[in-house]
Design a protein around this ligand. Structure first.
Ligand code: ZN
Length: 138
């Protein structure tokens, strides 16, 4: 038996997909991204919690500092240079900045922040629209 907790976080960012891709997502466009992070534990802590929801604000802070109101681009996207030169916020990925890749990046950051002998990150889901989401999970 396991306990799970889930927190929903949001951010605004643009991206485009250029690497080995053709389709309308090659155009720079924005989403109101919704992130669902789920954590699990077989045992609760002394407070009766998997993790205090308040502690998850650290991840929200990282998302705000790192991804919110950025343009998220593949490292070889020529638009990176323009964004840097114009001193706009940029987040660079080694692969196409798909929902799947963004979910994995957030999952890995959440692991750094919250995983321990008792608590695991079970999944990170990233919704780029109301009907489309990608999940990275153990
Ligand atoms: Zn998109």
């Amino acid at each position: 038996m396991k306990y799970t907790v889930r927190k929903t976080l949001t951010f605004e960012a643009a991206h485009r997909l250029l690497k080995d891709y053709s389709g309308k997502c090659t155009n720079n466009h924005g989403h109101s991204w919704v992130v669902d992070i789920e954590l699990e534990a077989e045992q609760l802590d002394e407070r009766g919690m998997v993790v205090d929801f308040n502690e998850l604000k650290r991840l929200k802070q990282w998302i705000d500092d790192t991804l919110d109101h950025t343009t998220i681009l593949w490292e070889k996207d020529p638009m990176c240079e323009y964004i840097r030169q114009s001193q706009q916020r940029l987040y660079v990925t080694q692969e196409n900045p798909t929902s799947e890749v963004i979910a994995r990046i957030i999952f890995e950051k959440a692991q750094e922040m919250f995983a321990n002998d008792r608590v695991k990150i079970s999944s990170v889901a990233v919704h780029e629209t109301c009907t489309s989401r990608a999940v990275y999970k153990i």
